[in-house]
Write a protein that binds this ligand. Structure first.
Ligand code: AVJ
Length: 320
Protein backbone atom coordinates (compact mmCIF):
# COMPACT_ATOMS: atom_id res chain seq x y z
CA UNK A 1 0.00 0.00 0.00
CA UNK A 2 1.19 3.47 -0.84
CA UNK A 3 2.36 5.45 2.19
CA UNK A 4 0.19 8.32 0.98
CA UNK A 5 -3.53 8.30 0.38
CA UNK A 6 -5.83 11.28 -0.06
CA UNK A 7 -9.61 11.09 0.37
CA UNK A 8 -11.85 13.96 -0.67
CA UNK A 9 -15.03 14.04 1.38
CA UNK A 10 -15.57 17.62 0.20
CA UNK A 11 -16.20 17.07 -3.46
CA UNK A 12 -15.62 20.31 -5.36
CA UNK A 13 -19.34 20.62 -6.22
CA UNK A 14 -20.39 20.27 -2.61
CA UNK A 15 -17.75 22.83 -1.59
CA UNK A 16 -19.10 25.20 -4.24
CA UNK A 17 -22.67 24.77 -2.97
CA UNK A 18 -21.43 25.33 0.56
CA UNK A 19 -19.67 28.57 -0.38
CA UNK A 20 -22.76 29.82 -2.22
CA UNK A 21 -25.00 29.04 0.74
CA UNK A 22 -22.63 30.81 3.16
CA UNK A 23 -22.35 33.86 0.91
CA UNK A 24 -26.11 34.17 0.34
CA UNK A 25 -26.83 33.69 4.00
CA UNK A 26 -24.01 35.87 5.28
CA UNK A 27 -24.24 38.80 2.90
CA UNK A 28 -28.02 39.20 2.98
CA UNK A 29 -28.23 39.44 6.76
CA UNK A 30 -27.38 42.30 9.07
CA UNK A 31 -24.72 42.51 10.37
CA UNK A 32 -23.00 40.81 7.42
CA UNK A 33 -20.73 37.87 8.10
CA UNK A 34 -18.79 35.11 6.36
CA UNK A 35 -17.28 32.00 7.97
CA UNK A 36 -13.48 32.03 8.27
CA UNK A 37 -12.99 28.73 6.47
CA UNK A 38 -13.23 30.57 3.11
CA UNK A 39 -9.92 32.34 3.75
CA UNK A 40 -8.03 29.18 2.99
CA UNK A 41 -7.57 28.78 -0.74
CA UNK A 42 -3.95 28.21 -1.82
CA UNK A 43 -3.13 31.93 -1.48
CA UNK A 44 -4.92 32.25 1.87
CA UNK A 45 -3.12 29.21 3.25
CA UNK A 46 0.20 30.78 2.21
CA UNK A 47 -0.75 34.07 3.84
CA UNK A 48 -1.68 32.26 7.03
CA UNK A 49 1.74 30.55 7.04
CA UNK A 50 3.26 34.01 6.68
CA UNK A 51 1.18 35.23 9.65
CA UNK A 52 2.61 32.45 11.81
CA UNK A 53 6.10 33.93 11.25
CA UNK A 54 5.14 37.53 12.13
CA UNK A 55 6.69 39.03 15.27
CA UNK A 56 3.21 40.04 16.56
CA UNK A 57 1.55 36.65 15.99
CA UNK A 58 2.66 34.75 19.10
CA UNK A 59 0.22 31.74 19.16
CA UNK A 60 2.16 29.54 16.75
CA UNK A 61 5.48 30.05 18.54
CA UNK A 62 3.91 29.62 21.97
CA UNK A 63 2.21 26.38 20.96
CA UNK A 64 5.38 25.11 19.31
CA UNK A 65 7.25 25.78 22.55
CA UNK A 66 4.72 23.65 24.48
CA UNK A 67 4.77 20.85 21.91
CA UNK A 68 8.56 20.78 21.80
CA UNK A 69 8.70 20.46 25.60
CA UNK A 70 5.74 18.11 26.11
CA UNK A 71 5.62 15.81 23.08
CA UNK A 72 7.39 12.96 24.94
CA UNK A 73 4.86 13.19 27.82
CA UNK A 74 1.97 13.34 25.38
CA UNK A 75 3.28 10.27 23.59
CA UNK A 76 3.81 8.37 26.84
CA UNK A 77 0.37 9.26 28.23
CA UNK A 78 -1.60 8.52 25.09
CA UNK A 79 0.38 5.65 23.56
CA UNK A 80 -1.33 6.64 20.33
CA UNK A 81 -1.02 4.40 17.27
CA UNK A 82 -3.08 6.75 15.11
CA UNK A 83 -2.69 10.51 15.14
CA UNK A 84 -5.65 12.39 13.65
CA UNK A 85 -5.15 16.11 13.18
CA UNK A 86 -8.11 18.40 12.51
CA UNK A 87 -7.27 21.60 10.59
CA UNK A 88 -3.74 20.33 10.00
CA UNK A 89 -2.62 23.04 7.55
CA UNK A 90 1.12 22.73 6.97
CA UNK A 91 1.49 20.15 9.81
CA UNK A 92 4.60 22.05 10.82
CA UNK A 93 4.23 21.79 14.63
CA UNK A 94 2.81 18.27 14.38
CA UNK A 95 6.31 16.99 13.63
CA UNK A 96 7.07 17.09 17.36
CA UNK A 97 4.13 14.78 18.04
CA UNK A 98 4.83 12.48 15.12
CA UNK A 99 8.46 12.09 16.10
CA UNK A 100 7.61 11.43 19.74
CA UNK A 101 4.94 8.87 18.77
CA UNK A 102 7.18 7.00 16.32
CA UNK A 103 8.01 4.10 16.22
CA UNK A 104 4.67 2.95 17.73
CA UNK A 105 2.73 5.14 15.31
CA UNK A 106 0.80 3.30 12.62
CA UNK A 107 -0.46 6.31 10.70
CA UNK A 108 -1.09 10.03 10.56
CA UNK A 109 -4.49 11.29 9.39
CA UNK A 110 -4.35 15.04 8.61
CA UNK A 111 -7.76 16.63 7.96
CA UNK A 112 -8.10 20.04 6.31
CA UNK A 113 -10.33 22.00 3.92
CA UNK A 114 -7.25 22.94 1.88
CA UNK A 115 -6.10 20.19 -0.47
CA UNK A 116 -3.02 22.21 -1.45
CA UNK A 117 -1.98 22.50 2.22
CA UNK A 118 -2.53 18.76 2.78
CA UNK A 119 -0.54 17.72 -0.24
CA UNK A 120 2.34 20.09 0.51
CA UNK A 121 2.47 18.91 4.13
CA UNK A 122 2.38 15.21 3.19
CA UNK A 123 5.14 15.64 0.63
CA UNK A 124 7.52 17.22 3.08
CA UNK A 125 6.61 14.81 5.92
CA UNK A 126 7.12 11.75 3.72
CA UNK A 127 10.39 13.07 2.31
CA UNK A 128 11.77 13.17 5.85
CA UNK A 129 10.05 10.03 7.20
CA UNK A 130 9.52 7.51 4.42
CA UNK A 131 8.25 4.90 6.91
CA UNK A 132 5.28 7.07 7.95
CA UNK A 133 1.80 6.24 6.60
CA UNK A 134 -0.28 9.31 5.80
CA UNK A 135 -3.98 9.21 4.97
CA UNK A 136 -5.04 12.78 4.24
CA UNK A 137 -8.70 13.80 4.34
CA UNK A 138 -9.98 16.87 2.52
CA UNK A 139 -12.91 17.58 4.80
CA UNK A 140 -14.71 20.21 6.84
CA UNK A 141 -14.28 18.91 10.37
CA UNK A 142 -17.24 20.95 11.60
CA UNK A 143 -19.51 18.72 9.54
CA UNK A 144 -18.88 15.39 11.27
CA UNK A 145 -16.11 13.12 10.08
CA UNK A 146 -15.88 9.62 8.70
CA UNK A 147 -12.40 8.58 9.78
CA UNK A 148 -10.54 5.75 8.07
CA UNK A 149 -10.52 2.52 10.10
CA UNK A 150 -7.16 3.00 11.73
CA UNK A 151 -5.86 1.22 14.85
CA UNK A 152 -6.26 2.66 18.36
CA UNK A 153 -5.42 4.18 20.65
CA UNK A 154 -6.18 7.32 18.70
CA UNK A 155 -5.02 10.80 19.53
CA UNK A 156 -7.13 13.53 17.93
CA UNK A 157 -5.18 16.80 17.81
CA UNK A 158 -6.85 20.13 17.21
CA UNK A 159 -4.08 22.69 17.43
CA UNK A 160 -3.40 26.34 16.73
CA UNK A 161 -6.37 27.66 18.67
CA UNK A 162 -8.65 27.02 15.70
CA UNK A 163 -11.43 25.95 18.08
CA UNK A 164 -11.65 29.68 18.79
CA UNK A 165 -13.08 30.19 15.30
CA UNK A 166 -16.25 28.45 16.45
CA UNK A 167 -18.99 30.24 18.36
CA UNK A 168 -19.89 28.77 21.78
CA UNK A 169 -22.85 26.75 20.45
CA UNK A 170 -20.76 25.47 17.54
CA UNK A 171 -18.00 24.48 19.96
CA UNK A 172 -20.48 22.43 21.98
CA UNK A 173 -21.62 20.58 18.86
CA UNK A 174 -18.06 20.17 17.63
CA UNK A 175 -16.70 18.82 20.94
CA UNK A 176 -19.59 16.37 21.15
CA UNK A 177 -18.81 15.13 17.66
CA UNK A 178 -15.12 14.73 18.60
CA UNK A 179 -16.22 12.86 21.72
CA UNK A 180 -18.24 10.50 19.53
CA UNK A 181 -15.09 9.72 17.49
CA UNK A 182 -13.23 8.58 20.59
CA UNK A 183 -13.24 5.10 22.04
CA UNK A 184 -12.15 4.37 25.63
CA UNK A 185 -8.40 4.97 25.81
CA UNK A 186 -8.42 7.58 23.03
CA UNK A 187 -7.65 11.22 23.70
CA UNK A 188 -8.00 14.77 22.45
CA UNK A 189 -5.15 17.27 22.37
CA UNK A 190 -6.61 20.77 22.17
CA UNK A 191 -4.73 24.03 21.58
CA UNK A 192 -6.34 27.22 22.91
CA UNK A 193 -5.10 30.77 22.87
CA UNK A 194 -5.52 32.42 26.27
CA UNK A 195 -7.13 35.68 27.39
CA UNK A 196 -4.46 38.35 27.81
CA UNK A 197 -3.98 42.11 27.54
CA UNK A 198 -5.80 43.81 24.71
CA UNK A 199 -2.74 45.41 23.11
CA UNK A 200 -1.01 42.06 22.60
CA UNK A 201 -4.17 40.53 21.17
CA UNK A 202 -4.89 43.41 18.81
CA UNK A 203 -1.31 43.49 17.50
CA UNK A 204 -1.51 39.77 16.73
CA UNK A 205 -4.55 40.37 14.53
CA UNK A 206 -3.45 43.70 13.01
CA UNK A 207 0.25 43.40 12.28
CA UNK A 208 2.43 46.28 11.15
CA UNK A 209 3.38 44.60 7.86
CA UNK A 210 -0.28 44.22 6.87
CA UNK A 211 -0.17 40.48 6.27
CA UNK A 212 -3.26 39.84 8.38
CA UNK A 213 -5.09 42.52 6.41
CA UNK A 214 -4.16 40.79 3.15
CA UNK A 215 -5.29 37.46 4.63
CA UNK A 216 -8.60 38.99 5.70
CA UNK A 217 -9.19 40.54 2.27
CA UNK A 218 -8.34 37.26 0.57
CA UNK A 219 -11.88 36.08 1.28
CA UNK A 220 -13.04 38.72 -1.22
CA UNK A 221 -10.68 37.33 -3.87
CA UNK A 222 -12.11 33.87 -3.22
CA UNK A 223 -15.66 35.13 -3.79
CA UNK A 224 -14.59 37.05 -6.89
CA UNK A 225 -12.92 34.00 -8.40
CA UNK A 226 -15.41 31.34 -7.36
CA UNK A 227 -18.64 33.28 -7.83
CA UNK A 228 -17.68 35.86 -10.45
CA UNK A 229 -18.15 38.68 -7.94
CA UNK A 230 -16.64 42.14 -8.39
CA UNK A 231 -15.58 42.97 -4.82
CA UNK A 232 -12.45 45.14 -4.88
CA UNK A 233 -10.25 44.40 -1.85
CA UNK A 234 -9.00 48.01 -2.03
CA UNK A 235 -12.53 49.21 -1.19
CA UNK A 236 -12.32 47.55 2.21
CA UNK A 237 -10.30 48.20 5.32
CA UNK A 238 -9.01 45.48 7.64
CA UNK A 239 -10.34 45.83 11.18
CA UNK A 240 -9.53 43.83 14.32
CA UNK A 241 -11.62 44.33 17.48
CA UNK A 242 -11.34 42.80 20.97
CA UNK A 243 -14.73 42.03 22.51
CA UNK A 244 -13.88 42.05 26.20
CA UNK A 245 -17.29 40.74 27.27
CA UNK A 246 -17.25 37.69 25.04
CA UNK A 247 -13.47 37.37 25.20
CA UNK A 248 -12.95 37.06 21.49
CA UNK A 249 -11.22 38.89 18.66
CA UNK A 250 -13.29 39.75 15.62
CA UNK A 251 -11.84 40.43 12.21
CA UNK A 252 -13.98 42.56 9.96
CA UNK A 253 -13.83 44.17 6.54
CA UNK A 254 -15.09 47.75 6.60
CA UNK A 255 -16.39 49.39 3.40
CA UNK A 256 -14.39 52.57 2.78
CA UNK A 257 -17.37 54.13 0.94
CA UNK A 258 -20.93 53.24 -0.06
CA UNK A 259 -20.65 50.54 -2.72
CA UNK A 260 -22.26 47.44 -4.14
CA UNK A 261 -20.79 44.03 -4.75
CA UNK A 262 -22.33 42.18 -7.68
CA UNK A 263 -22.36 38.41 -7.49
CA UNK A 264 -23.70 37.23 -10.86
CA UNK A 265 -23.50 33.52 -10.06
CA UNK A 266 -25.91 34.10 -7.18
CA UNK A 267 -28.05 36.72 -8.93
CA UNK A 268 -27.21 38.93 -6.02
CA UNK A 269 -26.28 42.58 -5.60
CA UNK A 270 -25.01 43.33 -2.11
CA UNK A 271 -25.12 46.95 -0.95
CA UNK A 272 -22.63 48.22 1.63
CA UNK A 273 -23.17 51.55 3.39
CA UNK A 274 -20.04 53.64 3.92
CA UNK A 275 -18.32 52.22 7.00
CA UNK A 276 -20.46 49.08 7.06
CA UNK A 277 -18.61 46.05 8.40
CA UNK A 278 -18.57 42.43 7.34
CA UNK A 279 -17.46 40.04 10.10
CA UNK A 280 -15.05 37.47 8.68
CA UNK A 281 -13.71 35.75 11.79
CA UNK A 282 -14.23 35.23 15.48
CA UNK A 283 -11.13 34.06 17.34
CA UNK A 284 -12.10 33.25 20.92
CA UNK A 285 -9.57 33.32 23.75
CA UNK A 286 -9.86 30.98 26.73
CA UNK A 287 -9.23 30.42 30.43
CA UNK A 288 -8.56 27.06 32.06
CA UNK A 289 -11.91 26.88 33.84
CA UNK A 290 -13.82 27.57 30.65
CA UNK A 291 -11.92 24.90 28.75
CA UNK A 292 -12.52 22.38 31.55
CA UNK A 293 -16.25 23.16 31.56
CA UNK A 294 -16.66 22.99 27.80
CA UNK A 295 -14.84 19.67 27.68
CA UNK A 296 -16.90 18.28 30.57
CA UNK A 297 -20.14 19.36 28.86
CA UNK A 298 -19.10 17.18 25.91
CA UNK A 299 -18.26 14.19 28.11
CA UNK A 300 -14.51 14.82 28.06
CA UNK A 301 -12.27 15.12 31.08
CA UNK A 302 -9.38 17.58 31.23
CA UNK A 303 -6.44 15.38 32.22
CA UNK A 304 -3.45 17.67 31.58
CA UNK A 305 -3.02 21.42 31.02
CA UNK A 306 0.27 22.84 29.77
CA UNK A 307 1.14 26.45 28.95
CA UNK A 308 4.18 28.18 27.44
CA UNK A 309 6.54 30.16 29.65
CA UNK A 310 4.64 33.38 28.99
CA UNK A 311 1.23 31.78 29.78
CA UNK A 312 -0.02 32.95 26.41
CA UNK A 313 -1.31 29.66 25.03
CA UNK A 314 -2.42 26.30 26.44
CA UNK A 315 -2.48 22.69 25.34
CA UNK A 316 -5.09 20.49 26.99
CA UNK A 317 -5.09 16.72 27.01
CA UNK A 318 -8.56 15.30 27.50
CA UNK A 319 -9.84 11.75 27.76
CA UNK A 320 -13.18 10.24 26.94
C1 AVJ B 1 -5.83 29.52 12.40
C2 AVJ B 1 -7.87 30.11 13.40
C3 AVJ B 1 -5.94 29.77 14.76
O1 AVJ B 1 -7.63 32.65 14.86
O2 AVJ B 1 -5.54 33.07 15.26
C4 AVJ B 1 -4.72 34.36 12.18
C5 AVJ B 1 -6.43 32.42 12.11
N1 AVJ B 1 -6.76 34.87 11.83
N2 AVJ B 1 -4.81 35.68 12.05
C6 AVJ B 1 -6.43 32.56 14.57
C7 AVJ B 1 -5.98 33.85 12.03
C8 AVJ B 1 -6.04 35.99 11.83
C9 AVJ B 1 -6.00 31.74 13.37
N3 AVJ B 1 -6.42 30.30 13.46
Amino acid sequence: MSPYQLTRTLDPDAAGADLRADVVHGLTRSPKELPPKWFYDARGSELFEEITRLPEYYPTRAEREILAARAPEIAAETGARTLVELGSGSSEKTRFLIDALLPGLDGYVPVDVSESALTGAAESLLAERPELRVHALVADFTRGLALPGTPGPRLVAFLGGTIGNLLPGERRTFLRSVRSMLAPGDSLLLGTDLVKDEATLLAAYDDAAGVTGAFNKNVLSVIDRELGADADPADFEHVAVWDAGREWIEMRLRARRALTVKIPELDLVVPFAAGEELRTEVSAKFRQEGVREELAAAGLELARWWTDDGDRFALSLATA
